[in-house]
Design a protein around this ligand. Structure first.
Ligand code: DAT
Length: 174
């Protein structure tokens, strides 16, 4: 008996835009598996050094990709990460770039404890739409979608839209 085919979804965007909030809820509603790359790296210590400027470990991208490849080929995974050009293009059927207004993002990151350069650089990353451009470079433009993520209403709308997309994808591919 063949397993039902399920899509892989990438949720990306600047830290604080709401990827984790959306991803976990989405996993509950669709039954897909939620994977947070930050947590995965932490658990497996998938690092290759330490960034003194940002005071954080540097992700070992090759090991992250190796670790996940088998699962991704199987399908049915929601990946959450604030970058997107480290993953093989073939992994994802759709890519969502969450977007948040910068005043709003500033407040969210401040309450997460970000200060100084780290806070400023992340807000600037959003203003310059760095991750959106990264996604448009790394994936076929037709599969890259921006989603506003400012309010609880945005969250509800995004959820509904992605749940519907997932159901349609499964009808089309099974
Ligand atoms: P990320 O995973 O992108 O870093 P998060 O899911 O941890 O972001 O969310 C950061 C904060 O913003 C958290 O306190 C929840 C809040 N938040 C997320 N999505 C939101 C939305 N659509 N409207 C209002 N607040 C939101």
């Amino acid at each position: 008996m063949k397993m039902k085919k399920r899509p892989n979804i990438l949720l990306t965007g600047t830290p604080g835009v709401g990827k984790t909030t959306l991803g976990k809820e989405l996993a509950q509603q669709t039954g897909l598996t939620y994977i947070n790359i930050g947590d995965l790296a932490q658990e497996g210590q998938l690092y290759e050094g330490y960034d003194e400027e940002y005071q954080c470990p540097i992700l070992d991208e090759d090991r992250v990709v190796d670790e996940l490849d088998e699962k991704m080929v199987e399908g049915g995974v929601i990946v959450d990460y604030h970058g997107c050009d480290l993953f093989p293009e073939r992994w994802f059927h759709i890519v969502f770039v969450l977007r948040t207004d910068n005043t709003q993002l500033y407040t969210r990151l401040e309450s997460r404890g970000y200060t100084g350069k780290k806070l400023q650089d992340n807000v600037q990353c959003e203003i310059f739409q760095t991750i959106y451009e990264e996604a448009m470079e790394a994936y076929s433009e037709e599969i890259v979608h921006q989603l506003p993520s400012n309010t609880p209403e945005d969250l509800e709308r995004n959820l509904e839209q992605i749940v519907n997309w997932t159901e349609q994808w499964m009808k089309d591919h099974n």
